[in-house]
Design a protein around this ligand. Structure first.
Ligand code: ADP
Length: 416
């Protein structure tokens, strides 16, 4: 029997899924992040912990493995793959100081023109004292896959998009080459393409097969999209995780750096999307997951809360409102937690609808269906509220775990 392992390094923890050829889930593993830990140690521990948790009888059946990481989480390594400094996480804004310079190099509105893009971060990293020891720039998913297959300098065209890689022409553009950054940019493969077999010591340590293939990965939000079941233009996936991420499948490519809108390549189609800082992290500030479940059941989604919030943890959003100083709006605070939650869920649904409207205004196909992934997907009250605002069927994703979508990528490795 052929089995496939998908590993997800998301914002709140790492997860893994083993599936068979039919896509049936045979095992699921989790490893939460520890607060305050060194990220690089934490990621390695998570990877080893997930592999160790795979039920023994499945391990020798695993044909291929793929890993997804958070988009634009990058690190520099030396020629042996050892990190030379701390990684910059997906939401780290320090690359913002390089934007003025980057605007003089990159085409207008390019997706790299954002404080959190991999390229802005890489340019900022050039100022690190350890930069001269760096040989490779890797994304989180690239480095974790490297720990398994041992080959450096390889990425996929989902992770490489925000590095400036041209996903239409499948090459680094000339303007990027001209920056002459003294670092080896990754060789870019199609997500799911086979990279190499497991390193022998990893295979024997975890009881995995020596000929188990490690594939090129993807990003966490694309992985969630792949898991959802959405396939046709007009079909979308909203990821209700710590943040609110929208992805709409379209025949046209839509890009607008002002709103952080960009399109990923997905076969012959484009996966266009944007991400808002609103989302589950704000809910978690005020409620436990159990409170969210209980209070949501007490909310009548047919009633209006008459509350108009813009829920954020800190000022600033980019999509669907581009304002780095946008203040969190959480007033007025109603008398009961139920009413407060009602207002939060409605306001986030309003922001979601505004997001899809913006994508369509910019040229994406008309929205027909919304699948839902992430921690908020199970909330049926929220689904009902969202259906009201989105005005299209809101259906559950076939699977909501990004790890599942990544396992599907691993399953397709023999297509390359
Ligand atoms: P991440 O993006 O961190 O991987 P998850 O997809 O695991 O996030 O989702 C976690 C988020 O889901 C939390 O921020 C939490 O507030 C939210 N969440 C959990 N349960 C519910 C619920 N019943 N209704 C709405 N949101 C929920």
């Amino acid at each position: 029997m052929s089995l496939f392992l998908g590993v997800d390094f998301g914002t709140s923890g790492a997860r893994a899924v083993v599936i068979d050829e039919e896509g049936v889930i045979l095992a699921q593993m989790r490893h939460p992040w520890q607060n305050g830990a060194d990220w690089l140690i934490c990621w390695q521990e998570a990877l080893w912990s997930l592999l160790a948790q795979i039920p023994g009888q499945l391990r020798s059946g695993i044909d291929a493995i793929a890993i997804n990481g958070t988009s634009s989480t990058i690190l520099l390594t030396d020629s042996a793959g050892r990190p030379v400094d701390f990684p910059l996480l997906y939401n780290d804004p320090r690359g913002g100081t390089m934007l003025e310079f980057l605007k003089t190099a990159a085409p207008p509105k390019h997706t790299v023109l954002s404080a959190t893009s991999s390229l802005a971060k890489l340019l900022w990293m050039e100022g690190l004292p350890n930069f001269p020891q760096a040989k490779y720039l890797l994304h989180q998913a690239d480095w974790l896959a490297f720990l398994l297959h041992g080959q450096l300098g390889i990425s996929d065209y989902h992770n490489a998009l925000k590095l400036g890689y041209d996903v239409e022409q499948l090459c680094y553009p000339q303007w990027l080459e001209q920056l002459q950054i003294p670092i080896q940019l990754p060789t870019v493969l199609a997500p799911g393409a086979p990279i190499g077999e497991l390193q022998p010591e990893i295979a024997s340590k975890f009881g995995l097969r020596r000929d188990c293939v490690v594939c090129a990965g993807t990003t966490d939000s694309i992985a969630a999209f792949l898991a959802s079941g959405a396939k046709l233009p007009g079909e979308a996936v909203t990821s209700l995780g710590s943040t609110l991420v929208l992805k709409l499948l379209s025949r046209t490519r839509v890009e607008d750096a002002r709103y952080g809108i960009y399109s990923h390549r997905l076969g012959d189609l484009w996966l266009t999307g944007g991400a808002s800082n609103t989302g589950g992290a704000v809910l978690r500030k005020f409620f436990t997951d159990e409170e969210l479940r209980q209070l949501s059941q007490e909310i009548d989604p047919a009633q209006a809360s008459n509350l108009d919030y813009y829920p954020l943890l800190t000022p600033g959003d980019r999509f669907p409102i581009n304002d780095p100083h946008l203040p969190p709006k959480l007033d007025p605070h109603p008398d009961t937690p139920r009413e407060f939650l009602h207002g939060l869920l409605e306001s986030m649904a309003r922001i979601e609808a505004q997001g899809y409207e913006l994508l369509q205004q910019l040229g994406a196909d008309q929205l027909t269906h919304v699948y839902t992934a992430g921690g908020g997907a199970a909330n049926s009250t929220w689904t009902a509220i969202r259906t009201k605002y989105l005005k299209v069927p809101v259906v559950p994703s076939v699977q909501t775990e990004a790890a599942y979508g990544t396992a599907l990528l691993a399953r397709g490795y023999h297509l390359y």
